[in-house]
Design a binder for this molecule. Structure first.
Ligand code: PCA
Length: 214
């Protein structure tokens, strides 16, 4: 049987920062977790280059699950994004383009709920003592944009693709306590991938087991 594939994306640095915690963490991920192939890509913080690169990565890797990551607030908690909005607003990473309240896909639905096993991810991170919260808005910039785009691609082209997004805290700059290093973020991501992988590699049940479950 073909190994399930999880595509994990992070972002390049933006707004003049040297590092983006998501890109740093994604680069540290192993090639395999819980029997799943892990593919990684780093997306540009660009309107709408981020969507073009995501689209290319989905076509190349044909994942069962896409887990997007981006840099959010300076400090934890990690945010499990539950909603992607059809809304793009604000500058891109190098201030070349500045959008004012524009749809990502004209005619697309206003919003999609993320569809990955968020509850298992939430429980696992809590169990591991990693601060985590649900969030019901991923903002109006490129992180929300790729979340919406992935869910739109799942709805229109890739039936069965599950998609979700995590905002990670910023790389420590020495001015704050309680931050997380890229290594700690990568460790948290591996816990998430283990949980996602578990749901993708469940064995086929015996007839009796199946009957029992009804
Ligand atoms: N964070 C920004 C864009 C890229 C990133 O890492 C966001 O939250 O939209």
């Amino acid at each position: 049987m073909k190994k399930p594939t999880i595509l994990v994306t992070g972002f390049q640095p933006f707004l003049g920062q040297e590092k983006n915690s998501s890109g740093e963490a994604v680069r540290l991920l192993p090639k395999e977790v819980s029997g799943c192939r892990i593919e990684t890509r780093i997306l540009p913080v660009k309107w709408f280059g981020c969507v073009d690169e995501l689209e290319k990565a989905l076509a190349e890797t044909k994942p069962d699950v896409w887990l997007g990551t981006g840099q959010g607030y300076p400090v934890p908690p990690l945010l499990i994004e539950r909603v992607g909005l059809n809304l793009a607003s604000g500058p891109d990473g190098d201030f070349e383009v500045d959008l004012r309240e524009q749809p990502i896909f004209a005619g697309g639905p206003a919003a999609y709920f993320s569809s990955f096993p968020y509850e298992a991810v939430h429980q696992r991170l809590k169990k591991e003592g990693i601060p985590v919260r649900y969030s019901f808005s991923a903002g109006q910039n490129q992180c929300n944009c790729v979340l919406y785009a992935a869910l739109h691609f799942a709805a229109t082209r890739y039936p069965g693709l599950q998609a979700g997004f995590l905002h990670l805290p910023m790389v420590p700059d020495g001015t704050r306590e309680n931050t997380m290093t890229p290594q700690e973020c990568a460790r948290a991501l591996v816990f998430c991938l283990e949980e996602i992988g578990r749901t993708l590699t469940l064995p086929v049940r015996s007839l009796d087991e199946y009957r029992e479950s009804l």
